[in-house]
Design a protein around this ligand. Sequence first.
Ligand SMILES: [Zn+2]
Length: 214
Amino acid sequence: MTGNEHATIRPGTPAEAWDTLVEGNKRFVESIASHPNQDAERRASLTGGQNPFVTIFGCSDSRLAAEIIFDMGLGDAFVVRTAGHVIDNTALGSIEFGEEYLNVPLIVVLGHDSCGAVTATKDSVATGNMPAGHVRGIVELITPSVLAALRTDSASTVNSMVAEHVKQTAVRLLAESPIVAAAVESGKTAVVGLTYHLNDGRAELVHSSGPITA
Ligand SMILES: [Zn+2]
């Protein structure tokens, strides 16, 4: 056994990166994960540098572990996580680092069912009570998405608010970052928004900017 039977060739285009993610998530859903790029050989091959094929900007939720749900390994994903995947300057800087220094061909915004940060925002909008400390800052950043979902459907569920928040986060990423916008405009990168379903492990596409089909 050489240890790299499942080693993947690094996807170079948005469409290739997207296909790799879809296939990995499918294996995870079907419980036939191959755990690629997780052995000592892969580890050793990365000491000189990294060349990830996807930036994942997701919620910090412990059930949303990026490399697990997309069946990836070391050196595959550049991961940025905040509670409720709220955008701030350092999150934007991290995502731009992935574009400028690592030439990552795909950016994923990853939300999930029953998100605690979105639930806290829904409750805050309903009651007018803001959470204490810096959690308040997170709720403030999610509030526009919750209000948009409520404008569409006053009986919106947390999960439909999550989908709205994923879309708004993806759109805002391009609006706030000229570097990301230029990468999408040139076709070098695509941005997709996914919602992850806790019950079956499926990541569902809810938004895309740029080419993700070949
Ligand atoms: Zn969450």
